[in-house]
Design a protein around this ligand. Structure first.
Ligand code: ADE
Ligand code: ZN
Length: 326
């Protein structure tokens, strides 16, 4: 399919990728081995067999358990480099990468260790493949705002090395309003903020992310399709949505790809980007998402070009960097 080949080859950015969610079972077992840790699964196949999720929480439970193998700066470096190798193969020229410091600091891993490892991998990825990247610290929304403030205090000595802040983990029952003061502080530090909203949570959470957190992008946002006034507003503001199609199907937001609301979101004129979220857990990287979406919707080359362009323009890359890609 020449359209699919074009979509895969187009220079593009990935804007919604949790680095801990790129931990493949093989790498998890290798790290467990070298760190002298036992994973609660017999082998790679047993772990992969557990990737059968009923909803976001059932995924998060496994995702946090596997993150326990990440201990040293070398682990975080190897994780980053493995992701960037896959990204390069899918035509990604720029990646804005989420990480969850609280998942690591709660286990006694220093923030500095995590940061240095991720940066080492990013530097190697830039040298090998020319991929630029940014790091975005995500706060875990199932924890308290106070815990978020404590995490921000640990981040602040390294603030120049962090591009922005995000909000992830269990959405239902943890609305953006819970973090209004924390995000005001992040913005006062001069950083752009983003938030997961409208993945499993209602459209009201998307309004809160816009109005209370003042986000630069909405992560997921697919439940906006339930609210025509919200769709109009998102289109008018050209607010980027970082949509993750395979993730949404694997976490049962939509039963099948054919039922995904991507076509409605595009028809409403929204600034949509495609992303892989947690590629090791959800059946693939950005290229796999593109293949799955194209198999369901058969878009034309112009649509794929627009999606690639949206991803570059919705990124936090400088105008000079963007000019080099477009
Ligand atoms: N953390 C990692 N992936 C996530 C997702 N899809 N939603 C919320 N939190 C996450
Ligand atoms: Zn996500």
């Amino acid at each position: 399919d020449p359209v699919l080949d074009f979509a895969l080859r187009c220079p593009k950015a990935e804007l919604h990728l949790h680095i801990e969610g790129s931990l493949e079972p093989e790498l998890a077992f290798a790290m467990a081995e070298r760190n002298g840790i036992r994973l609660p699964y017999a082998d790679v196949d047993a772990l992969r067999a557990a990737y059968d999720f009923a909803d976001l929480q059932s995924f998060l439970d496994l995702y946090y358990a596997c993150a326990d193998v990440l201990r040293t700066a070398a682990d975080f470096r190897d994780l980053m480099l493995a992701y960037l190798a896959r990204a390069h193969a899918d035509g990604i020229v720029h990646a804005e990468i989420f990480f969850d410091p609280q998942t690591h600091t709660a286990r006694g891993i220093r923030f500095q260790t995590v940061l240095e490892g991720l940066e080492a991998g990013a530097a190697e990825g830039l040298a090998r493949w020319g991929i630029s990247s940014r790091l975005i610290v995500c706060f875990l929304r199932h924890l308290s705002e106070e815990d978020g403030f404590a995490t921000l205090a640990e981040v602040e000595p390294f603030i120049a090395r962090i591009h922005g802040f995000g909000l992830d983990s269990s959405e239902r029952g943890h609305p953006p309003s819970k973090f209004e003061r924390l995000f005001a502080r992040c913005r006062a530090l001069g950083k752009p903020v983003v938030a997961h909203a409208g993945e499993e949570g209602p459209p009201a959470y998307i309004y809160e992310a816009l109005d209370l957190l003042k986000v630069a992008r909405i992560d997921h946002g697919v439940r906006a399709s339930e609210d025509p006034a919200l769709l109009q507003r998102l289109a008018r503001e050209r607010m980027p949505l970082t949509v993750c199609p395979l993730s949404n199907v694997r976490l049962c937001v939509f039963a099948r790809m054919e039922q995904h609301t991507l076509p409605q979101l595009l028809a409403a004129g929204l600034n949509i980007t495609l992303n892989s979220d947690d590629p090791a857990y959800f059946g693939g990287y950005l290229g796999d998402n593109i293949r799955a979406v194209q198999a369901a919707f058969h878009w034309d080359a112009a649509t794929w070009y627009q999606l690639a362009r949206n991803s570059l323009e919705a990124s936090f890359a400088s105008p000079a960097e963007q000019a080099g890609w477009i």
